[in-house]
Write a protein that binds this ligand. Sequence first.
Ligand code: SF4
Length: 118
Amino acid sequence: MQELFLEPYKELPGDGPLSWQDRALCLQTDPEAFFPEKGGSTRDPKKVCLNCEVRSECLGYALENGERFGVWGGLSERERQRLKPPKPVKHRTAKKAGSIAVEAENSTADNEDMSQEA
Ligand code: SF4
């Protein structure tokens, strides 16, 4: 009975999927340092991350959630970007390729009509 009562509270801080954040070393420092202005140094926050016990959880979270700004898991935005797999190359869809073929066919037919008229 007590388990049923406690079920809704499973996601409370300290027990949910983001509970690693409770142990984040950056909480004990200036959080602004982890989000430097464009072109600013990331050296100091990265030094903090080196000693953080939840570094891998932090990096995993940033990669999974596409965090675009700041230092996460000891890596800058650019460094995290390099870890991502390349985007797949978009190929022309069959429908679009078909319409291009029809356009080319019509264009040829128009040219033939014009040459017969001349
Ligand atoms: S790895 Fe760095 S950014 Fe991530 S929680 Fe630890 S100190 Fe904060």
